[in-house]
Write a protein that binds this ligand. Structure first.
Ligand SMILES: Nc1ncnc2c1ncn2[C@@H]1O[C@H](COP(=O)(O)OP(=O)(O)OP(=O)(O)O)[C@@H](O)[C@H]1O
Length: 224
C-alpha cells in the first residue's frame, strides 16, 4: 500500500508576541492519501495559513511530527527540507505572486528550470498546463496584461508544473468574485484530479469546501 502523502502527528505551532505566547496549532493529526483532495475549513484566525506554512517547510519552529511521502521532516536540516519541498510539494496562494517581468509561460517554466528540467521539456509542460486551463491564447502575456482569474490560473499551472505529490493551496480563489472563483476552483480541481496529485486547500468558504473529497474543520488550532 502507498504511504500517505502527508501525515501530521500532534502538530503544534506557537508564536511569541509582546511577551505573550499564542498557541495557534494545538496538536493537529491528519493523513492525506495519494490523489485525495482535502479542504481545510475554518474561520479567519483558526490557523489554516499557519498549518500550510508548517507543511510547506519554508520554516521550522513547529512541534510534533510532519511526514511527507513517508519521510519525517527534520527541522534542523534545511537542505533536506528544501529537497522535500522541491520534489513533492506545489503551492498556490491567494495572491498569485507571479513574477511581473515574465510572461505566463515563463512563470510556469521557471520553477521547472530550478528543478533541473530542460528548457524544451519545461516549455512543453507549461504549454500543456496553460492550455488545459484555457490560457493557450495568453502564453506571452505578462501578469499585468491578464485578468485576476487568468493570473490565478497561471499560478495554478505554476503550482502543478513539477508534478507535486501534494499541492498546498491557501485560499486559492480568495481574491476573485464568486463566479470567477467557482470557475477557477473547478478547473483547479479537475486538473489536480487529472494529474493524480493530492491537495490540501485552505478556505473559509463552506460551499467551496463541499466540492472537495473530504472536509477537515479547524477550530482554534484543533481539528474537530
Ligand atoms: N508570525 C506570527 N506571529 C504572531 N502571531 C501569528 C503569526 N502568524 C500567525 N499568527 C497568529 O496566528 C493566528 C492564526 O493565523 P492564521 O493566519 O494561521 O489563520 P487563518 O485561519 O489562516 O486565517 P485567515 O483565514 O484570516 O487567513 C492568528 O491569531 C494570527 O494572528
Amino acid at each position: 500500500m502507498n504511504s500517505p502523502v502527508l501525515e501530521l502527528r500532534g502538530l503544534t505551532r506557537s508564536f511569541e508576541q509582546g511577551g505573550v505566547r499564542i498557541d495557534v496549532l494545538r496538536g493537529v493529526n491528519m493523513a492525506i492519501q495519494p490523489g485525495e483532495i482535502v479542504a481545510l475549513l475554518g474561520p479567519s484566525g483558526s490557523g489554516k495559513s499557519t498549518l500550510l506554512q508548517a507543511v510547506g517547510l519554508l520554516e521550522g519552529g513547529f512541534g510534533g511530527e510532519i511526514r511527507i511521502a513517508g519521510k519525517t521532516v527534520d527541522q534542523k536540516d534545511a537542505h533536506a527540507r528544501t529537497l522535500l519541498r522541491r520534489d513533492h510539494l506545489g503551492f498556490v496562494y491567494q495572491f498569485h505572486h507571479l513574477l511581473p517581468d515574465f510572461d505566463a509561460r515563463e512563470n510556469v517554466v521557471l520553477p521547472q528550470m530550478i528543478a533541473d528540467r530542460s528548457r524544451a521539456e519545461a516549455e512543453s509542460r507549461a504549454e500543456e498546463l496553460l492550455t488545459a486551463l484555457g490560457l493557450d491564447h495568453r502564453l506571452t502575456h505578462r501578469p499585468s496584461q491578464l485578468s485576476g482569474g487568468e493570473q490565478q490560473r497561471v499560478a495554478v499551472a505554476r503550482g502543478l508544473a513539477n508534478r507535486p505529490k501534494l499541492v498546498l493551496a491557501d485560499e486559492p480563489t480568495g481574491n476573485l468574485d464568486e463566479a470567477t472563483s467557482d470557475k477557477v476552483l473547478a478547473q483547479f480541481l479537475e486538473l489536480v484530479r487529472g494529474e493524480g496529485s493530492a491537495a490540501l486547500v485552505a478556505t473559509h468558504n463552506e460551499r467551496l469546501a463541499a466540492k472537495m473529497d473530504r472536509v477537515l474543520r479547524l477550530h482554534e488550532g484543533l481539528l474537530e
